[in-house]
Design a protein around this ligand. Structure first.
Ligand code: ADE
Length: 246
C-alpha cells in the first residue's frame, strides 16, 4: 500500500518510522511518502494561509499550494488514490472505515492546520477522486497530523502480514466477527499471583468452552459499563446466535 501525506510539519510524522508502521515500511509492505506543503508555496515566506473571506478568527489554508502538491502527487502514481481529509467536521473514523481503507492500494492524506483548507480544494478533487472527510472524535485538535498518525496505524495493522498473528485483530474491540459489537474484556499473563492478586480461575481450567463463555460475559460487562450505546445499537439476534454457540 502506498501512502502520501502532505503537511507543513513533516517532523510531526516521525513516529511513522517506529514500531509496527516503521517495520512495515522497512519490510516494503508500506510505501509512505511525506511531503512538505511549503515546497509548493512560491513567495518569499512560503505562505500557505490567508485570512478567511467573510471575516472571523483564524486563518484558512490557501488553495494554490494544495492544488499543485496534489496534482504532482497524483501524476506520480498509477490510478486514483482515496483522498483522506482529516477534519473535526468529517464522518467518524471507525474500525469499519479502517477496514475499508486497508483494502485500497493508495491513500493520500491532507492534514490541515489553522481553520482548515479552502473548500474549493475538496470540491476540485471530489470531482475526480473518492474524497473522505474524516474525524477521529468529537474534539478539536490543532491540526490533522495526529489524526493521520491514528488512521495510518489503524489501517496498517490490518494489512496482510503486518501483524504477526491474524487472530490478534479478529477479536479486537469493534472487529466484525467473533466479538461483534462488544469491547474486548480483560487480559492476564504470568505471574499467576502479583501483589496478592490472582487471575480468574477459569483461565487456568484448560476448558476452551468455559473460557470462551467467560470472555464473552466479561466483554458484555465491560461494554455495558463503558459503552452502553453499543449494546443498545446492536442486533439482539447477533448476541443470541453467538451465545447459543458458546
Ligand atoms: N483536525 C482537528 N481536529 C480533528 C479531529 N477531531 N479529527 C480529524 N481531524 C481533526
Amino acid at each position: 500500500m502506498r501512502l502520501d501525506i502532505v503537511t507543513i510539519f513533516p517532523e510531526y510524522l516521525e513516529p511513522l518510522n517506529v514500531s509496527l508502521v516503521g517495520k512495515a515500511r522497512a519490510r516494503g509492505q508500506l510505501d509512505v511518502r511525506i511531503h512538505d506543503l511549503r515546497d509548493w508555496a512560491h513567495d518569499k515566506h512560503n505562505t500557505v494561509d490567508d485570512t478567511p473571506y467573510g471575516g472571523g478568527p483564524g486563518m484558512v489554508m490557501k488553495p494554490e499550494p494544495w492544488g499543485e502538491a496534489l496534482d504532482e502527487i497524483l501524476a506520480s502514481g498509477e490510478g486514483a488514490p482515496v483522498l483522506v481529509v482529516p477534519t473535526p467536521s468529517g464522518e467518524p473514523f471507525t474500525q469499519q472505515l479502517a477496514v475499508e481503507l486497508s483494502a485500497k492500494p493508495w491513500l493520500v492524506f491532507t492534514p490541515a492546520r489553522y481553520e482548515g483548507i479552502d473548500r474549493r480544494v475538496i470540491e476540485e478533487y471530489g470531482d475526480r477522486l473518492d474524497v473522505r472527510e474524516v474525524s477521529i472524535g468529537d474534539y478539536v485538535l490543532a491540526g490533522g497530523e495526529a489524526p493521520v498518525l491514528v488512521m495510518v496505524e489503524a489501517v496498517a495493522r490490518l494489512l496482510p502480514g503486518v501483524l504477526g498473528n491474524v487472530a490478534s485483530h479478529q477479536d479486537d474491540s469493534f472487529a466484525p466477527g467473533a466479538m461483534a459489537d462488544l469491547l474486548e474484556g480483560p487480559v492476564y499473563t504470568k505471574p499467576p499471583e502479583w501483589r496478592g492478586r490472582g487471575i480468574p480461575e477459569v483461565l487456568l481450567s484448560g476448558h476452551h468452552g468455559k473460557i470462551a463463555r467467560w470472555r464473552r460475559d466479561e466483554a458484555f460487562r465491560r461494554t455495558d459499563r463503558n459503552r452502553p450505546d453499543l449494546i443498545e445499537r446492536a442486533d439482539p439476534a447477533a448476541f443470541d446466535k453467538k451465545d447459543r454457540e458458546l
